[in-house]
Design a protein around this ligand. Structure first.
Ligand SMILES: [Zn+2]
Length: 263
């Protein structure tokens, strides 16, 4: 003890308090968290997802891609019914994540209504030549940030107004090549345009713990405008249910139960 006091300027009890503070789990939120953006995959079966959700003490929401695209497995009523039936007996929410517009016309309303929620992001942007720009691909290059952001924000407004979904997923995501310029790209004015459209169309904003978006400034502005928030990871593996970033934002932005979307 004498020796420890010689080499360390503080006493053992103080060190113990420091250690305890460093290893204690993050502060609990006053409301239950969830992950509404979980994809099943070869690395995450429904059984594994349920097990993980129990370990993480939170409910998961499973989403799959509907519509006509090369990785969209749900393209008609029958496939949607099979998807719903396959998940119905598990303790998960069941949702969809369309990536292209026009998906709704492929399905009967009565079957769509059996879903608990629909999420959509703005990461697949139709171009004038008819192609789709998948800005989530890691090699996406942006030549002019202002030009890109005008197009990107306009596309947000369009889907928020036209697509009738519940949650804006991966909100404010930026392509990898410009992600370090978030504060330049997402000006206050651009943020507010997206937030206004979100609030007007009663759509919640996903706080995404994988991409770590949106930033605190966006969340605070959205909260002040009356937006609601959801939590997601966009995961296909054991990252599902990771909420470090969500918890950080809840604390930093003072989010309460009343600010949270519930399916
Ligand atoms: Zn997704």
């Amino acid at each position: 003890m004498k020796y420890i006091n010689k080499v360390l300027p503080v006493s053992l009890p103080v060190i113990c308090i420091w250690l305890f503070a460093a290893i204690k789990p993050q502060a609990n939120t006053t409301f239950p968290l969830y992950d509404l953006h979980v994809h099943l995959s070869d690395s995450l079966s429904i059984e594994q997802a349920v097990q993980l959700s129990k370990e993480r003490n939170m409910k998961f929401g499973i989403v799959e891609h509907p519509g006509i695209c090369d990785y969209c497995p749900i393209q008609n009523d029958q496939q949607l019914i099979e998807y719903l039936d396959a998940l119905r007996n598990y303790p998960v929410y069941v949702g969809l994540q369309p990536v292209v517009s026009g998906w709704r016309e492929l399905f009967s309303d009565s079957i769509i209504n059996k879903l608990e929620y629909v999420i959509m992001d703005a990461m697949e942007i139709p171009q004038e030549d008819g192609s789709i720009w998948r800005i989530w691909l890691e090699d996406t290059q942006v030549e002019d940030i202002d030009e890109f952001m005008e197009m990107y924000v306009n596309y947000h407004i369009k889907i928020l107004e036209d697509e009738g979904f519940d949650i804006l997923a991966n909100a404010t995501f930026l392509p990898k090549s410009i992600e370090d310029q978030y504060e330049i790209a997402w000006t206050k004015e651009r943020m507010q345009r997206v937030i206004d459209a979100v609030v007007e169309n009663d759509i919640a904003i996903e706080i995404n713990s994988y991409y770590q978006v949106p930033n605190a400034e966006f969340i605070k502005m959205a909260k002040a405008s009356g937006a609601k928030f959801s939590f997601g990871t966009n995961s296909r593996n054991s990252f599902a249910g990771t909420t470090d970033y969500a918890r950080k934002m809840i604390e930093e932005c003072g989010l309460e139960e009343k600010d949270i979307f519930r399916p």
